[in-house]
Ligand binder design. Structure first.
Ligand code: HPA
Length: 290
């Protein structure tokens, strides 16, 4: 049934936008501004998309944006469905199923996350090298539909290594350009600042933030950042053979790393602060995913 629903939604999207979509992008909390970079945009509010839910979270616009970035046809999910909102996990991954049926080859998952790695600062962008699924659920649980993928999909390389290399190369180029324009402005040499750091994303169900003890535990387990999304979508994408790139925006230090408490406003503010560089990286990565 889920396959038929996804097919119906894919057909609906094709009826509104008939270019072959190669890349899909899911924008996390506070990162929705990237949708404004889409050219010749066709915007469809989730209310109008068959079988889509409304996004209930502040900072998630709740629309699909179809159009082009750097000459590539893309679909942007401006606002995602989170498990903590109470949706069934099949609803959380439903858009990914639809992207797969539309023939999307590459999925870029972005999110807001708290830093577990004490070297990360507010505003650090983390390239996801791998994840820990601590959500207490797997989106593939239940009867398997072979039309989506195999019963026991491999998860050795959820986040494609070649995509990671592309993202790091783009980040280095942008860093050099920024340093050069800074030097031209000030007349003093400026060293390129690293714009992307690799790390492991730990997915939790939320919606409460973690306790300091939990953060210490996740650090011991190998996490660099914690968040409440991305993992189910990444698993569903790999199930369908879609290649995945993941970027976390570190919006806050995780619980107990500083004395500050964590709140959603801070998450949104940091997203807005890094919007420029985040959007520039995405715009330059997309045409290279090929
Ligand atoms: N924990 C979990 N999810 C988050 C955080 C956090 O600290 N920040 C943004 N999303």
């Amino acid at each position: 049934m889920s396959y038929d629903k996804a097919k119906e939604t894919a057909d609906f999207i094709r009826s509104k936008y008939d270019n072959q979509i190669d890349v899909a992008v899911v924008l996390g909390s506070g990162l929705g501004g990237f949708a404004d970079r889409v050219e010749n945009a066709v915007k469809i509010p989730y209310e109008e998309v068959p079988h889509f839910k409304r996004s209930t979270v502040e900072g998630h616009a709740g629309q699909l944006v179809l159009g082009e970035v750097g000459g590539v046809s893309i679909a942007v999910q401006q606002g995602r469905f989170h498990f903590y909102e109470g949706y069934k996990i099949s609803k959380v991954i439903f858009p990914v199923r639809v992207f797969g049926l539309l023939g999307v080859k590459s999925l870029i998952l972005t999110n807001a996350a708290g830093s577990v790695d004490t070297d990360f600062k507010q505003g650090t962008l983390m390239l996801i090298r791998d994840h820990l699924n601590m959500m207490g659920i797997n989106p593939l649980r239940g009867e398997n539909d072979e039309r989506f993928g195999p019963r026991f999909p491999d998860m050795t390389e959820v986040y494609a290594l070649d995509y990671q290399d592309i993202a790091m190369a783009v980040a280095r180029e942008v860093a050099v350009e920024r340093a050069q324009s800074e030097a031209a402005k000030t007349g003093k040499p400026a060293a390129p600042q690293p714009l992307l750091r690799r790390g492991v994303y730990c997915g939790l169900s939320g919606p409460s933030y973690e306790t300091p003890s939990e953060i210490r535990m996740f650090r011991l387990l190998g996490a660099d950042a914690v968040g409440m999304s991305t993992v189910p979508e990444a698993i569903a994408a790999r199930h369908m053979g879609i290649k995945v790139l993941g970027i976390s925006c570190i919006t806050n230090l995780a619980a107990g790393i500083s004395d500050e408490s964590i709140n959603h406003d801070e998450v949104m503010e940091t997203g807005a602060r890094v919007a420029g560089v985040f959007q520039e990286l995405l715009s330059k990565i997309i045409p290279r995913l090929g």
